[in-house]
Write a protein that binds this ligand. Structure first.
Ligand code: FAD
Ligand code: SF4
Ligand code: SF4
Length: 526
């Protein structure tokens, strides 16, 4: 199967004579543009599945507005290597080259571009479909090149491959992926000569609160810039969500530990079991440090606020996943998970791995509206997770202080609201009960910012308000990034924020102007 046969516009007159070269080129360009907008100049020879995914009829209406690239955290991290808009464009006109390119493997599947694309083009799925074809045709050079780019440019490269880039979803031979990542990244890092440790050339010291991906990425970038950096971490382990909450089956913890050790070898100092706000106050940090980066994530769990939430057998998602990662919990036979995001799906799949006989997710909207990544949903369903759509929990029922069932209402969806989403509306008198031994509430998280001085302003969503380009907070010398500024987000966005913050902190400490703009982002969204 050949991907595409391209009909090239030859730039000849209708009678077949050559035009003046400049004029021909100009008309050619104009025609090419118009033709692309109306009918494709290429003929396709794709199988039906790919044709459906690529949805060329829709693709040709891409505005080429560049919003996808502007919102893409990978494009921000790897501007020399990745540009989703141009990749999309090249896919329409080129066959083998696009399949062989590293770019095809650099999409991190965060769906940020999809959420913002005015034409609702689903780039991650288009790229994923093409990755599969690249694999089937044996074009793996792009994959190897992508790994090299990731390893050389991204903090926590191996963890990022496992959590964000998902090469194993295209390359069905999972062992090949695992072996390649381990060989190509971990072995390389282990053999890195010691003299690559960064040299301190600046007298200033920077304190970072939080050792998640945002904090660690900022730490590495600041080290590269020659600063002395100390990371303060509340937990006894480092790595934030990567270490504590992302399930072991998706990200082996020995990978995270290995990468953290590597960063420590490079000079990142991490002080664990130090809760800023309790052990030390932010103001006290300024006695020793010249600038501060707040990367404390979003790990305060939202409560349902319904009767019975205090019963034994009711858990909150992050607490459940954290305990599962350190094997401090067993699942009961029947587990019900409330929520529709990736965290809810992770809880359900983890419950099955912990021995639950049934794991059922209840979600208040329909499958189309479910915020979890569609691939995660499919994998969960393949493993036996059941999902009940259009259901709202009403109260948790218990006996002798222990949960036994959950009473729910059936929903219907309203017309689309101004946000484009349809609201779930409970149907009157539609109550029904689901028997269950335990319940996991996974309806979202938000940041805890109560430890910050009042001079640091927060938004209505309880995130820290920061300048959109510089990540300055409203308090001079304090910067913030990652989930603490956007709410629950993605690994790549957190790593990109850490890098951005390091650039701004460097400018601040060197006395260079950051930007005169004083717009603080109130709602950046995921
Ligand atoms: C279950 C789960 C699955 C996920 N799956 C994916 C995925 O597949 N793909 C993806 O891209 N993203 C995923 N994410 C999201 C991703 O993990 C986060 O977006 C990312 O970790 C955010 O990084 P961060 O550095 O901003 O915060 P975090 O990783 O939350 O790190 C914050 C750190 O700050 C520490 N801290 C907090 N308060 C204090 C304090 N007062 N003093 C000292 N230290 C403090 C915390 O202990 C923590 O270690 C997932 C998240 C979860 C919970
Ligand atoms: S955001 Fe959408 S319309 Fe704009 S360039 Fe990207 S894919 Fe095309
Ligand atoms: S899904 Fe995320 S990483 Fe992939 S192109 Fe879109 S914004 Fe970039």
């Amino acid at each position: 199967m050949e991907l595409m046969e391209i009909q090239v516009n030859t730039g000849k007159t209708a009678s077949g004579k050559n035009m003046l070269p400049e004029k021909a080129k100009k008309i050619e360009r104009k025609m090419e543009h118009q033709t692309r907008a109306l009918t494709p100049t290429y003929t396709l020879n794709l199988d039906e599945h790919l044709r459906h995914i690529l949805d060329f009829e829709k693709l040709k209406f891409c505005f080429e507005c560049g919003i996808c690239t502007a919102s893409c955290p990978v494009a921000e991290l790897l501007p020399k290597h990745y540009n989703p808009r141009t990749l999309l464009h090249s896919l329409q006109f080129c066959d083998v080259k696009a399949l062989q390119s590293a770019e095809l493997w650099l999409c991190a599947w965060c769906y940020r571009c999809y959420n913002r694309c005015p034409q609702s083009l689903c780039l991650p799925e288009i790229f994923q479909a093409l990755r599969k074809i690249a694999f089937e045709k044996g074009y793996l050079e792009g994959f190897y090149k992508a790994l090299k780019i990731i390893r050389e440019n991204i903090t926590l490269p191996a963890s990022s491959c496992y959590v964000s880039f998902h090469p194993e979803r295209a390359i069905e031979n999972k062992q090949l992926v695992t072996n390649t990542i381990q060989k190509d990244i971990i072995d390389y890092e282990a053999k890195k000569p010691k003299e690559e440790t960064y040299v301190k050339v600046n007298p200033e010291k920077v304190a970072i609160i939080g050792s998640g991906p945002a904090g660690l990425s900022a730490a590495q970038e600041l080290l590269k810039k020659g600063y002395s950096v100390t990371v303060f971490e509340a937990s006894s382990s480092s790595g934030g969500m990567l270490k504590n909450c992302i399930p072991e089956y998706r990200l082996p913890k020995k990978i995270v530990d290995f990468e953290i050790k590597h960063l420590k070898d490079l000079g990142v100092k991490i002080k664990n079991k130090l809760v800023i706000g309790k052990s030390l106050k932010v103001e006290e940090l300024f006695q020793e440090y010249d600038a501060l980066f707040v990367a404390t994530g979003a790990s305060k769990e939202k409560i349902l606020g319904i009767e019975g939430e205090e019963l034994k057998g009711v858990f909150y998602a992050l607490d459940f996943l954290e305990k599962a990662n350190i094997k401090k919990i067993e699942a009961s036979d029947k587990v019900t998970i409330i929520g529709g995001g990736d965290v809810a799906v992770d809880c359900a799949r983890t419950a099955l791995r912990l021995g639950a006989k049934e794991a059922t997710i209840i979600y208040r909207r329909s499958k189309e509206e479910m915020p979890a990544n569609p691939w995660e949903i499919k994998e969960a369903e393949d493993e036996g997770v059941k999902i009940d759509f259009l259901v709202t929990p009403k109260r948790i029922i218990g006996e002798n202080g222990k949960v036994t069932a959950i009473e729910c209402l059936k929903n219907e969806l309203s017309e689309a609201t101004e946000t484009g989403r349809r609201r779930p509306v409970p149907i009157q008198d539609s109550e029904f009960e689901i028997k269950t031994d335990s319940i996991i509430i996974a309806i979202g998280q938000f940041p805890n910012t109560t430890f910050l001085p009042e001079t640091v302003e927060t938004t209505d969503e309880k995130t820290i308000a920061v300048h959109p380009f510089t990540l300055e907070t409203t308090s001079p010398g304090i910067f913030a990034g990652g989930d603490v500024t956007v709410g629950p987000g993605t690994l790549m966005a957190a790593i990109a924020a850490g890098k951005e913050a390091a650039i701004s902190i460097d400018c601040y400490l060197r006395g260079a102007s950051l930007t005169p703009l004083k717009i603080f982002k109130k709602d950046q969204g995921k």
